[in-house]
Design a protein around this ligand. Structure first.
Ligand SMILES: Nc1nc2c(ncn2[C@@H]2O[C@H](COP(=O)(O)OP(=O)(O)OP(=O)(O)O)[C@@H](O)[C@H]2O)c(=O)[nH]1
Ligand SMILES: [Mg+2]
Length: 277
C-alpha cells in the first residue's frame, strides 16, 4: 500500500476538493443527490441531507462498499468537509471505518461555520469532537476567523471561498508531505494552520503568526513551519527565533525544494483535551 487520496464530502468538502488542480493528487467527492460527485448518494433524488447527519451516516453506510473501493490500496486518506450539515459530517465516521479496515491513516481537514450560524455551529462543535477522536490527525478551520484576513468587512461568500482556498492549500501541503516523515512530525492530534505568501520567508512566517484559523494557544506544543521553497540558514534561524520568542517553544522547520516565492504554512497545535472538554 502506498500513496494518499483526498476525499471531499458534502457541499463544502466537494467545493474544496474541486479547487485541487494538481494532476498527481487523486480526489474523490461524495455528496447526496449530486450526480456530479464520484459517489452520488441517494441517486440524485434528494437535495442533500438538510443538516441531518444521522441520515448522512445511514446513506454512507449504504455506499460503504463504494467508499471502501475508492480508498483501496492507499495508505493515507485526507478527508475534508464543512461541519454543521448532514452529508459531510455524517459520512466521516463511515469513511473512518473503511480506513481502519484497509489499515490506512486518516487526516481530517474540517471547518466550523460562522458564529451567526448559531445552531449549525453548535452542532458542528459536537461533530468536531467525534471527528477528532476517530481521526489520526485533525486540522481545524473556523470560518469565523477568515474575515480577519481581509479586514472585518469581508462578505460571507468571500469568507467561505477564502476558507475553501485555505483548506485546499492545507490539503495540498499535507499531501505533499505525508509521503515523507511528515506524519510523525505532526506529533499532536489536532492542529490549525496559518498561511502567508511572500518572497521573504521570515516576513511570511511573522505575519502568519498573527492569523491562526482556529483559536489556539501559541504556547501549546511545537509549531511546524513549512515552506514549499528552500529557506536559507539565516532565514531559518530568524524564523525559529521569531516563533520561539512569541511562544516559548522553538518550531520545527520543514522546507521543500522549489525556487521562488515562499508559501509559508504554519501548523499550530491545539490542545486536544481543551477541545474535548
Ligand atoms: N468552506 C465552505 N463551507 C461551506 C460551503 N457551503 C457551506 N459551508 C459551510 O459548511 C457547513 C456545511 O454545509 P454543507 O457542506 O453544505 O453541508 P453538507 O455536508 O453538504 O450537508 P447536507 O447539505 O445537510 O447534506 C455550512 O453550515 C456552512 O457553514 C462552501 O462552499 N465552502
Ligand atoms: Mg449539501
Amino acid at each position: 500500500m502506498a500513496g494518499t487520496i483526498v476525499i471531499g464530502s458534502g457541499g463544502a468538502g466537494s467545493n474544496t476538493v474541486s479547487r485541487i488542480t494538481a494532476d498527481h493528487i487523486p480526489v474523490v467527492t461524495i455528496n447526496t443527490g449530486d450526480h456530479g460527485s464520484t459517489i452520488s448518494m441517494a441517486d440524485g433524488n434528494v437535495d442533500g441531507c438538510r443538516g441531518d447527519h444521522d441520515l448522512g451516516w445511514a446513506l454512507a453506510y449504504d455506499y460503504k462498499d463504494d467508499i471502501g473501493k475508492a480508498i483501496a490500496g492507499y495508505s493515507n486518506v485526507i478527508v475534508t468537509a464543512g461541519l454543521g450539515g448532514g452529508t459531510g459530517s455524517g459520512t466521516i465516521p463511515v469513511i473512518e471505518e473503511c480506513v481502519r479496515e484497509s489499515k490506512a491513516r486518516m487526516v481530517s481537514v474540517v471547518s466550523i461555520p460562522m458564529p451567526f450560524e448559531k445552531t449549525r455551529r453548535e452542532t458542528a462543535v459536537r461533530q468536531m469532537k467525534k471527528i477528532i477522536q476517530i481521526s489520526d490527525r485533525t486540522i481545524l478551520f473556523d470560518i469565523g476567523k477568515m474575515p480577519m484576513r481581509g479586514g472585518d468587512s469581508l462578505p460571507i461568500s468571500k469568507a467561505i471561498s477564502l476558507a475553501d482556498e485555505m483548506m485546499k492549500e492545507a490539503i495540498v501541503r499535507i499531501y505533499d508531505m505525508l509521503e515523507g516523515p511528515f506524519f510523525s512530525t505532526l506529533s499532536e492530534k489536532v492542529y490549525t494552520i496559518a498561511f502567508r505568501s511572500s518572497n521573504d520567508p521570515v516576513k511570511a512566517a511573522t505575519s502568519a503568526m498573527n492569523e491562526y484559523l482556529f483559536d489556539a494557544d501559541p504556547g501549546y506544543g511545537k509549531i511546524i513551519a513549512t515552506s514549499d521553497s528552500k529557506i536559507g540558514r539565516a532565514d531559518m534561524k530568524a524564523i525559529s527565533e521569531t516563533i520561539g520568542s512569541r511562544t516559548g517553544i522553538m518550531p520545527e522547520i520543514v522546507c521543500g525544494k522549489n525556487e521562488g516565492d515562499h508559501n509559508v504554512m504554519l501548523f499550530i497545535p491545539i490542545s486536544y483535551r481543551s477541545l474535548l472538554s
